[in-house]
Design a protein around this ligand. Structure first.
Ligand SMILES: CC(C)(COP(=O)(O)OP(=O)(O)OC[C@H]1O[C@@H](n2cnc3c(N)ncnc32)[C@H](O)[C@@H]1OP(=O)(O)O)[C@@H](O)C(=O)NCCC(=O)NCCS
Length: 262
């Protein structure tokens, strides 16, 4: 059974908050994820569930979540976005980008993708913290001068995630080399898959497929009834996840503050 969109959004926001020592503010029509330590919009965003409810006042209310210490932030706004909301965002200094994300749910078993037996998947241990976060930070296109800072922030936040009951962090190896990451976050029967990343030099060898199939098996064995993920629209990603059994159930569009850099 499909979970309401709000449950999926709360899973993602909680997962990232656990990962990066952040916090949530629930505005009913929207949820803010604030990670003060992390100058990265992926970890500082407001999810707007109902764009028609966005008023000048509610926008102000949300913007206040990100005022200290002047974090850049973005909004992920679920479609449809009424023209009045677009006009409001524009007036209030937000750019509605052409960046769409797809909200996907596992709806069937994967028949098309196979594990690579040469890829070994292990639960992350403290010893490999830096390798794990370096793989993620680089794959998600952090500016090169920010890589070391972000990795050192994650060195402090990920140990908390390792202790969280609902969090499973996976590291994939080819031989003895750590090459891929995945984060499974389960709460209330909903499991979300985040931070899938493979080192550039190890791509197209089935590392991501092997990681995904392992985490799906683990989530199902633990009794999670809803498996979700979010991915960008317009490249191969959606198709990759469809072949793993996922179906798009909603789309969202990104808005950023005009002055902020991504
Ligand atoms: C997306 C990503 C995790 C894929 O990792 P990977 O280990 O290379 O993926 P796999 O080898 O398991 O690929 C399985 C299939 O996906 C498709 N695929 C993977 N990468 C592709 C690409 N760059 N272009 C087109 N198709 C691709 C192919 O069909 C591939 O099978 P094939 O190689 O037999 O044709 C990796 O490219 C990455 O880290 N990207 C940056 C971070 C990111 O986008 N993460 C996902 C966010 S939701």
């Amino acid at each position: 059974m499909a979970a309401p969109m709000r449950e999926l959004v709360l899973n993602e926001a909680r997962a990232l908050a656990v990962f990066a020592n952040g916090r949530l503010v629930d505005h009913r029509f929207a949820v803010s994820l604030i990670c003060d330590d992390l100058p990265d919009m992926r970890f500082n965003r407001a999810y707007v569930l109902d764009a028609a409810n966005l008023t000048a006042e509610s926008l102000e209310e949300m913007t206040r979540d990100f005022l200290t210490p002047q974090l850049p932030f973005r909004m992920d706004i679920f479609l449809p976005i009424p023209p009045e909301t677009e006009a409001l965002l524009n007036r209030k200094g937000f750019d509605l980008t052409e960046d769409y994300a797809s909200e996907m749910l596992l709806t069937r078993a994967s028949t098309l993708l196979r594990r690579n037996p040469a890829v070994k998947v292990e639960k992350l241990s403290e010893r490999f913290l830096d390798s794990f976060s370096t793989i993620i930070v680089k794959a998600y296109n952090a500016p090169p001068d920010m890589v070391a800072t972000l990795v050192s922030i994650f060195r402090h936040t990920i140990p908390r995630a390792l202790e969280h009951k609902g969090a499973s962090l996976y590291l994939a190896f080819l031989g003895s080399e750590p090459v891929g990451s995945l984060y499974l976050f389960s709460q209330g029967g909903v499991a979300g898959l985040y931070n899938l990343a493979v080192a550039q030099s190890s791509r197209r060898q089935g590392v991501a497929t092997t990681l995904m199939l392992r985490a799906i098996d683990d989530a199902q064995a633990a009794g999670d009834r809803t498996l979700c993920l979010q991915t960008g629209v317009g490249s191969f990603h959606e198709r990759f996840f469809e072949r793993l059994g996922f179906t798009t159930v909603a789309r969202r569009k990104r808005a950023t503050r005009k002055s902020a850099k991504s």
